[in-house]
Design a protein around this ligand. Structure first.
Ligand SMILES: [Zn+2]
Ligand SMILES: [Zn+2]
Length: 304
């Protein structure tokens, strides 16, 4: 009998508690099906999905690492910071997440109103209802936009035929676009402190995505080194959002700086929205090696 030696994990997954398409239970079912030994649900600004997955993990035979994804900027670049294994009884951590969610909700409503001013039909009540079950994101505005058939002709004319969710977001809702509203965000130092004070490990998510023109250069490495000095404890290396040369580069840099190497698909569910071309399938079967999870776990154990 052939022994199965390869083990896999995915430490970057979004559930329907933020902007993902699948519930935590559906994620566990899928993870079991594709053969993952460990997962982390890293929703934006909420740990509700983690709580549900943690409770159910045992019967799926899957280990669940608590996670979160928070955004910030540094030197004019947008960064996403992943946090792993925070203690949810940390009051400051939970209260800060709550505050961020409230601010995001106000902002998404402002953006939806701007879309209405552009001539689209968007149901504000539905958007507010959505806020009760998920952390609002631009994704939800794009979803409500395409739900109404009468909006589609204008979208196809302006954005192009069969736009992806990202095409719609990039056209209307990104910085510099007509329905954009800036968000209040925590500074990178504040986020690192928040995660660390709650006992977590802060990791830089998908470094290959930080800037569209971002090339693996001395300049970008310098910023990554700055972030490590500030307390970032690892880079997400194994992600479809890093190109193969970027993966190689960030892996070597992580080794040089003696920080963790992590990985995950940044899965957002199947992402099928009527009238929108599904393209979030790319990351679906992306598996990261299990050893990245073991190293994190090892470090967390030592702390206890
Ligand atoms: Zn991200
Ligand atoms: Zn993500």
């Amino acid at each position: 009998m052939k022994r199965q030696t390869k083990k896999y994990c995915d430490l970057h997954i979004h559930s329907s508690c933020s902007d993902g398409g699948l519930t935590p239970l559906e994620i566990l079912t899928l993870a079991q099906k594709i053969g993952l030994q460990a997962i982390s649900i890293t929703d934006h600004n909420t740990v509700e999905g983690v709580k549900i997955a943690k409770k159910e993990a045992k019967r799926f035979g899957i280990e669940v690492l608590p996670g979160i994804e928070l955004d910030t900027t540094y030197k004019g670049y947008d960064f996403h910071i992943l946090g792993y294994s925070m203690n949810f009884s940390n009051k400051k951590f939970i209260e800060t997440l709550e505050k961020i969610r409230e601010e995001r909700k106000e902002r998404e409503i402002e953006m939806a109103k701007k879309m209405r001013n552009l001539g689209f039909k968007i149901d504000l009540k539905k958007l507010k209802d959505q806020a009760l079950i998920a952390v609002l994101a631009k994704y939800h505005i794009a979803w409500l936009l395409m739900k109404r058939p009468e909006n589609r002709i204008k979208v196809y004319q302006e954005v192009g035929p069969y736009p992806t969710i990202h095409d719609i977001i990039n056209y209307y809702l990104k910085r510099g676009r007509p329905a954009y509203v800036p968000k209040k965000i925590l500074k990178v130092d504040e986020i690192i402190k928040l995660i660390k004070d709650a006992g977590g490990i802060p990791i830089l998510a998908h470094p290959g995505l930080i800037h569209p023109d971002w090339k693996v250069t001395f300049e970008s490495d310098k910023i990554l080194m700055d972030l490590v000095k500030k307390g970032i404890q690892g880079f997400e290396v194994y992600t479809p959002k890093n190109t193969p040369p970027e993966r190689k580069h960030y892996k070597a840099l992580a080794k040089k700086l003696k920080v963790f190497i992590t990985g995950g698909s940044d899965f957002h569910g199947t992402g099928i929205i009527e009238g929108v071309w599904p393209e979030d399938f790319k990351g679906r079967n992306f598996k990261a090696p299990y050893w990245i999870y073991e190293r994190l776990k090892g470090a967390l154990k030592k702390r206890l």
